[in-house]
Design a protein around this ligand. Structure first.
Ligand code: PEP
Length: 253
């Protein structure tokens, strides 16, 4: 029912790189990566997906993800991209609920629940992002907030569906700021998330869940973060744009 717990390092390129620059970055990552048991996921902008799929084609443990998708299969949603479209260009993963989507595009749990359903219906594995802003942490409400995010967007799923989900804990105050959560802070939240999932779906599902940390992960801090028992990898923004740094983070396991 549940998946084996994977070690995962996913690169969120956000709105960076022209098409050719993106292809060059993917080719450079392919060249530098040594065979690994860690699942490596590249999440470039939509228009790069097809071109990069031919570069990473057939490489074990190197897969393609998108940064967002729409909840409908198709329709009059100008400018949007659907889950079946993503599958048709070789995507296997999709980041959902990134804090930038929440902040700048008003995405909330009700919308994200529909996007998660669409992704799963089309065999895309969601990398579901959760995490608190600084004021929430300072008020001591961060665990409560993350619980609400999971409840609102994920906990309607069956255990079998939930087994396909990956969670990325990304404290908003650590994203793109250079301020990383300490390994202790990350472990504490990851353990709390695993407990929430165990309470909802049982320990077998919780044990199989991969929980990634995101927020200013760099080669210099990845090893210490990934050494924590409930940190199963990272969602990497800035450092995923440099092949050497990204591969060094993959190798931090
Ligand atoms: C992200 O955007 O998911 C992220 C973690 O960014 P950064 O690594 O740049 O903080």
């Amino acid at each position: 029912m549940s998946q084996e717990r994977l070690k995962i390092v996913a690169g969120n390129w956000k709105m960076h790189k022209t098409y050719q620059e993106g292809r060059d970055l993917a080719a450079s990552i392919v060249e530098k990566l040594t065979p690994t048991q860690t699942m490596v996921v590249l999440c470039p902008p939509f228009i790069h997906l097809k071109g990069i799929s031919t570069i990473i084609n057939d490489i074990t443990h190197l897969e393609l993800g998108a940064q967002n998708c729409h909840f409908a299969e198709q329709g009059a949603y100008t400018g949007e991209v659907s889950a079946p479209m993503l599958r048709s260009v070789g995507c296997r993963w999709v980041i959902l609920g990134h804090s930038e989507r929440r902040e700048y595009f008003g995405e909330d749990e009700a919308l994200l629940a529909k996007k998660v359903d669409a992704a799963l219906a089309h065999e895309l594995r969601p990398i579901f992002c959760c995490g608190e802003k600084l004021e929430v942490r300072e008020a001591g409400k961060h665990v409560e907030l993350v619980q609400q995010q999971l409840q609102g967007a994920l906990f309607h799923l069956s255990a079998e569906q939930f087994g396909r989900v990956v969670i990325a804990y990304e404290p908003v105050w650590a994203i793109g700021t250079g301020q990383t959560a300490t390994p202790g802070q990350a472990q504490e939240m990851h353990a709390a998330i695993r407990q929430m999932v165990a309470d909802k779906y049982g320990s077998e599902v919780a044990d199989g869940l991969s929980i990634l940390y995101g927020g200013s992960v760099k080669p210099a801090n990845a090893k210490e973060l990934f050494a924590r028992p409930d940190v199963d990898g990272g969602l990497i923004g800035g450092a995923s744009l440099k092949a050497d740094d990204f591969v060094a983070i993959v190798n931090a396991f």
